[in-house]
Design a binder for this molecule. Structure first.
Ligand code: ZN
Length: 61
């Protein structure tokens, strides 16, 4: 089963309810773990952060 598909849910970054979200991976905290899913706008920003991380460049908001 391909879990990387858009579904209706709550964005775990901006907390927008009932939007199209994509599962990005497990999130791990000191109290447990869960599925990290984000909306299109947040994923766009996360992609910028990932690209900056990959380039080892300073990240500017
Ligand atoms: Zn979001």
């Amino acid at each position: 089963m391909d879990v990387r598909q858009w579904v209706i849910g709550t964005c775990w970054r901006c907390e927008a309810p009932e939007v199209l979200v994509l599962w990005l991976g497990p999130v791990q905290t000191v109290i447990g773990s869960g599925p990290f899913q984000a909306c299109q706008g947040c994923i766009r920003r996360l992609e910028e952060l990932v690209a900056a991380y990959a380039d080892q460049l300073p990240v500017h908001a």
